[in-house]
Design a protein around this ligand. Structure first.
Ligand code: ADP
Length: 355
């Protein structure tokens, strides 16, 4: 598919170059041939003037030759041959230009198409992964329903159990479709979204909200969440900031053993506000750390701790949201010791003025 697109693009480049060089060649040809004609006319005028002076021809020819016969001295075949040679030179130059630019055009067409090819590959992989993830709970749901339908002695308790399982699968699917929607909305906005400098959020307030929402989950695992907030006004929508911190804290709790600790810190430097989420959980290996921001990536070691709503989409959503607000997200981790996520986001103008 991309080979034919590359060839088509090359053909378009060549067509444009062909018309440009044709235009210039015709212009150059006309200029040079009119120079030749001017030269011929000037030579002729010069001969005529000399002829009139009678000192140009040998004495025996004087008064015998009339001006038209002078044309014998400016050979028209020579003039035509000169014009022909000009045309031939231009054709050779044009052919060379077309040959060289054909190769260059093919190379450039390849370069132009690389990002598009990558995007299409990425999109296809995304659709493939998404349908795979969707198929798993659907298949489980379908086979459970079929088995129970065939069971003639299905009791009320069995039917209730089936419904409970079905609801779990539907919850999983809802969670997944929400995550997919969130990811596709933010990726389609990526290029078009202009950062809104009026958008701001109070990071301290958002951290407090996330902490109160996560408290019950952390309590279940006996995990202590602490925060050291400072006043921080960031240039990002409140909903987006909430989502980013929520994903990081949710992961920190998920991948930390019972009785562990999660810390949320806020800080700032000259240009950006910094959010740090640190845990003393299972950690991430160096190889996994290279991929955890990829969609659907889950480290094997982490699968034991993952919940039914772990699809490997959280960090890619967080990364997209942060980058859309011109921020950046980094991870440092040591297996068995813990993980730290650091998010840099631009300070809102009000915050910069009050520094
Ligand atoms: P998931 O829904 O599976 O948690 P994420 O995109 O949020 O998906 O995370 C991707 C992977 O990164 C996880 O499966 C896990 O392997 C790893 N990970 C993320 N956060 C942590 C953490 N705080 N500690 C250890 N591993 C983590």
């Amino acid at each position: 598919m991309f080979h034919s697109a590359r060839l088509k693009l090359t053909a378009w480049y060549l067509l444009i170059i062909f018309f440009i060089s044709l235009f210039f060649s015709v212009t150059v040809y006309q200029m040079l041939t009119s120079e030749v004609d001017r030269f011929v006319a000037m030579q002729k005028a010069k001969f005529e003037r000399r002829f009139m002076d009678q000192d140009f021809l040998p004495s025996e020819l004087r008064n015998k030759l009339q001006p038209p016969q002078l044309m014998i001295y400016i050979d028209p075949d020579l003039v035509n041959e000169t014009k022909g040679r000009i045309a031939l030179s231009l054709i050779i130059i044009d052919t060379a230009i077309l040959g060289i630019s054909g190769m260059l055009a093919y190379f450039l067409a390849g370069k132009t198409l690389v990002p598009i090819a990558n995007m299409v590959d990425d999109q296809q992989r995304f659709v493939g992964d998404a349908s795979h993830e969707l198929r798993t709970p659907l298949t489980a749901l379908k086979s459970a329903i079929e088995v129970n339908m065939r069971d003639k002695n299905l009791s009320l308790d069995d039917a209730k159990e089936l419904l409970i399982n079905a609801k779990d699968q539907v919850d999983r699917l809802t969670h997944l479709s929400n995550a997919l929607l969130e990811l596709s909305t933010s990726s389609s906005n990526k290029n078009s979204k202009k950062i809104n400098t009026f958008e701001s959020s109070n990071a301290k307030k958002v951290v407090e909200n996330v902490m109160s929402e996560m408290k019950s989950i952390a309590d279940q695992k006996n995990i202590k969440i602490t925060s050291s907030p400072i006043d921080l006004n960031l240039q990002i929508g409140e909903r987006e900031l909430y989502r980013v911190i929520n994903i990081l804290v949710d992961n920190a709790i998920k991948y930390t053993k019972d009785g562990g600790e999660v810390q949320i810190k806020l800080a700032k430097n000259k240009k950006s506000g910094i959010i740090i989420v640190n845990d003393n959980g299972i950690g991430i290996s160096k190889t996994d750390a290279l991929h955890i921001f990829d969609r659907f990536y889950r480290a094997d070691d982490a699968r034991v701790y993952a919940t039914s709503s772990s699809y490997g989409l959280g960090l890619s959503i967080a990364k997209k949201l942060v980058e859309e607000s011109r921020g950046r997200i980094k991870v440092t981790s040591e297996v068995g010791k813990g993980t730290t996520f650091v998010v840099h986001l631009p300070l809102h103008q009000n915050q910069e003025q009050t520094k």
